[in-house]
Each structure stands twice: as structure tokens, then as C-alpha cells.
Design a protein. Structure first.
Length: 324
């Protein structure tokens, strides 16, 4: 883009390594598989007992570096992020990931991986703000065998409503003096930041359409009647691809929860409770627990579904705590 002098500097990082010869913090192991399956309510027998395999979607779990990161992290990725920070793109949101599975992982496998910066988009203007999409590709191996590929995409952006990035700013001396306000009027307030938008794709579009109509829809496999959530392209019990939906009645209990204090995001008012809610139908969903003080939320608390409109375009299902 001729009008964006930053983009060529960002694009120069494409093809450079983001991690070299990284190693998984732990071997593939049964306890982690069990925790994952319990959290996802995935009862597929392929993940238990002798000869068990790890759920394919756990691929990223085995390569995550935790708070201390990986020793194999390369400078190129940090340099790219630093350029974006300097340009005012200091906020980040994960937008999507794509995975390809070549062979199952089994307890005892020790994974190694290499990550490359695969692409950087031209400058984009989104509802969150203006910034750049950065995609990395991670090749995961056991020994010399490629077992899977993980593509991860983030948006590094300057939040909408904040000052322009340095590349977009107009020097003060070029602005006619009559256009520069002499003082900020006391009654003027900065518009409230919008909440991040969900990533809607072909697999979950029906769910979000249901939410728009104030209906919480759960997928049901038409082959074995197993209910599943979140929405998936195939049944995690029998593998069938055909499905229909049932509408949740709205009753549930808090299966687990966390209270968010930090980091502070402009669109949120911490502290607030985020719960893993087990619906009466047996599936679980992550959402806010509302209607009770955050420090009164407890495991086992009954909750009731309601829909909350956060702005003209965003409606989300939340769960009101039932007390007394």
C-alpha cells in the first residue's frame, strides 16, 4: 500500500522464524487429556484406556509455553510486534486458528515444533480499530514425523476512538488554528469502547443467528442423538456429520468459574465472574454470571439464561444467578 509506509517494514518479516526447535513443556499425558475431555464434556472412548489417543484439537495445548514462554522463541516475532506497538497498535485479539492433523498423538509422545511468520495483512479497519492481521504457522513433530500444523491469526490494532497511529497523524502545525479546540468541554465524554465481536464462521453461524433471535441452540447428532456444544462440524461421539438443533430450556448450574480482575479492558468493568455453566441438557457453555455480586458466585449455584444487548449489533447469552 503506497499510503502506508509501515506495511513494507512489516511484510519484510514474512517467512522469518518466530520459534526454532521449540519443545513441548511436557510429554503428551493422560491427566491433561482427562482434564481436557472433562472441560469439553467429550466422552469419546478413543481418549481413554489402553491405546488412547489425545483429542486432535489439543494440538496447541502441547506446544504452549505458559507464562515463561519457550526457549526457542526467535527475535523476528518480537521485532514485528514491537514495530506494531510503536505504530500505536498496542491492543491485540486472537481472531481464529486452523489446524491440520496428520497422525494422532499418544501419551508419551514428546513434541517439537518450528513456527514461521506466514503472513502480515495490509492495514485494515475493523469495528475494533485499525491494525494488521498477523498469521503464524507452527509445524508440530514427534521426532522427524510431522503430526500436525497449527495456524494462528491475531489482529494487532489501535482501538477505535483512540488517537491515530503515527503513520496517520497530521502534524499540528498543518491544522488550521481555528480547527483546534481551545479546551475540552466538561460535558464531552469519550464513547464507551465496544466489546470484542465473536468470530462467526460456517460452523457456528447458526448458533449466533439463534442468539440474535434470543434462542440458545444446541447441536444434536441425528445418528446417535448426542448433544454437543460448542458447535462442531461433526459428532464427537460417533463421527457422523449430520445434525439438527434443540433449544436449551435455560436452566443450569455453575460447574466452575473465575473472577476477572486484570487486565483491565475499556469495554469491561472488572471485577466480574465468568462461569462454565452446565445446562440442564448436559452440555456446558462459558459466559458471564450476572445478577449476583462477583464474590457470591459459587460452584453449584443455580443460574437462569437471559440475553443481554450490549450495543446495537451485539447480543450475548448470559446467566443470572438464582439465590434464595
Amino acid at each position: 500500500m503506497d499510503d502506508d509506509p509501515l506495511y513494507p517494514r512489516l511484510k519484510a518479516h514474512v517467512g522469518r522464524p518466530a520459534a526454532v526447535a521449540g519443545t513441548g513443556r511436557d510429554p503428551v499425558n493422560a491427566p491433561m487429556i482427562r482434564h481436557w475431555c472433562e472441560a469439553m464434556a467429550d466422552r469419546n472412548p478413543a481418549y481413554t484406556g489402553p491405546g488412547a489417543i489425545a483429542p486432535p484439537t489439543m494440538l496447541q495445548a502441547w506446544i504452549m509455553g505458559g507464562l515463561s514462554g519457550h526457549q526457542g522463541r526467535a527475535r523476528a516475532y518480537d521485532e514485528l510486534l514491537a514495530l506494531l506497538d510503536e505504530a500505536g497498535c498496542t491492543s491485540v485479539v486472537a481472531t481464529d486458528c486452523e489446524q491440520e492433523y496428520l497422525r494422532p498423538l499418544r501419551p508419551g509422545d514428546e513434541v517439537v515444533f518450528d513456527t514461521v511468520i506466514e503472513s502480515v495483512s495490509p492495514r485494515k479497519t475493523t469495528k475494533l480499530g485499525t491494525g494488521y492481521f498477523v498469521t503464524t504457522r507452527t509445524d508440530v513433530r514427534v521426532g522427524e514425523t510431522l503430526v500436525g500444523t497449527h495456524r494462528f491469526r491475531i489482529l494487532k490494532y489501535a482501538p477505535a476512538g483512540q488517537r491515530r497511529t503515527p503513520q496517520e497523524q497530521i502534524p499540528q502545525e498543518q491544522i488550521p488554528q481555528e480547527q483546534i479546540p481551545q479546551e475540552q468541554k466538561p460535558q464531552e465524554q469519550k464513547p464507551r469502547e465496544l466489546r470484542p465481536r465473536p468470530v462467526v464462521n460456517r460452523d457456528n453461524a447458526g448458533f449466533w443467528e439463534g442468539v440474535r433471535r434470543h434462542r440458545l441452540l444446541i447441536q444434536r447428532c441425528t445418528a446417535c442423538d448426542t448433544l454437543r456444544f460448542p458447535w462442531l462440524p461433526g459428532c464427537n461421539a460417533c463421527g457422523a456429520a449430520e445434525w439438527d438443533t434443540v433449544e436449551a430450556g435455560g436452566e443450569g448450574t455453575v460447574f466452575s468459574y473465575v473472577v476477572l480482575h486484570h487486565p483491565r479492558f475499556p469495554a469491561f468493568d472488572p471485577p466480574y465472574a465468568v462461569g462454565l455453566v452446565e445446562l440442564a441438557e448436559g452440555v456446558r457453555i462459558v459466559s458471564n454470571v450476572v445478577g449476583v455480586p462477583y464474590d457470591k458466585v459459587r460452584i453449584g449455584m443455580p443460574v437462569r439464561l437471559e440475553f443481554r444487548c450490549y450495543d446495537d449489533e451485539l447480543t450475548l447469552p448470559v446467566f443470572r444467578g438464582v439465590t434464595g
